[in-house]
Design a protein. Structure first.
Ligand code: PLP
Length: 279
């Protein structure tokens, strides 16, 4: 875990990353039961912490895991962020040690990681995601639950094929999202992005991009679209906390040039981050 910056907080208690631990009996370990967030800190200040804590609270409620008080969660993230500077902050809530009763001895883990070098552009491979709800609602639709094995397996499959990551395609052919990012594209001057109705994660970066696009007078359409629609696009881009806003230059066999709309959105996103995290 060499990319961890500083201590790991477990329920607010600082531990060296080499020894920080949760129980092997935790259903996070046994069943991948729990939820998590990843947020960015810039100069020691978290970006959109409130939005991340709200999404975490929604997910924990769906999983029936009681959370500590919001001010405690906030305090732990602020403490880790202040010590880490520019970082990715990971916030993990485990399910606890009782299969029948989530939340018993549940742990909250917070630590920072070096964001490392982030690529300027991405190449993604469409990968079928038959496990994805693709609009069918169920209790965990849109929850950032710990059980990310299908997403990670899709990433690894795309990498084996020579791409940076996967682009998940739902049953029926709808373009959904990446395993850890949202997607948008520009078609005839309109920005299109898969609709939240498809059961994709309510990405905080995606919603910030929609805010900045509106301030630039750009039209954003939330759509249900197939790969043929993306193939016709002028520009394609990723959106995520870790990647921010960056061009996609290949979707399978289709190539795209990084374009001016993506660049303008990325610049406006950066300016907003700077304004909101300024001292
Ligand atoms: C499946 C999925 N979609 C989209 C995103 C992007 O969300 P955010 O912008 O909140 O980081 C993530 C983030 O990890 C994700 O896991």
């Amino acid at each position: 875990m060499s990319s961890v910056l500083g201590d790991v907080l477990v329920d607010g208690v600082a531990h060296d990353p080499g020894v920080a631990a949760v129980s092997v009996l935790d259903i996070a370990v046994q069943r991948g039961y729990g939820c998590f967030e990843a947020l960015r800190s810039y100069g020691g200040r978290p970006f959109r912490l409130g939005d991340h804590l709200e999404r975490l609270a929604t997910g924990a409620a769906a999983l029936r895991i009681p959370l500590p008080r919001r001010e405690d969660l906030e305090g732990w993230v602020l403490r880790v962020a202040a010590g880490a500077g520019d970082a990715v902050i990971r916030l993990i809530v485990t399910g606890g040690v009782d299969l029948r009763s989530p939340g018993v001895d549940s742990r909250v883990v917070v630590f920072a990681e070096d964001p490392g070098p982030v690529p300027d552009a991405y190449r993604v491979q469409p990968i079928a995601a038959p496990w994805h709800s693709t609009g069918e609602r169920y209790r965990l639709t849109g929850v950032k639950a710990l059980s990310y094995a299908p997403n990670l397996a899709a990433t690894l499959e795309a990498r084996e094929l020579g791409f940076d990551d996967a682009l998940l395609i739902g049953r029926g052919g709808a373009v959904l999202e990446g395993p850890t990012f949202s997607i948008g594209w520009v078609a005839g001057g309109t920005i299109e992005t898969p609709s939240l109705d498809l059961g994709i994660l309510a990405s905080i970066t995606r919603s910030v991009v929609m805010e900045v696009a509106a301030t630039q007078g750009r039209v954003v359409a939330e759509v249900a679209a197939g790969l043929d629609r993306v193939a016709e696009a002028d520009e394609v881009f990723v959106m995520s906390t870790v990647r921010e806003v960056a061009p996609i230059v290949a979707v399978g066999a289709h190539s795209f040039d990084p374009g001016p709309v993506t660049a303008a959105l990325a610049a406006a996103f950066g300016a907003l981050v700077e304004a909101e995290t300024a001292r």
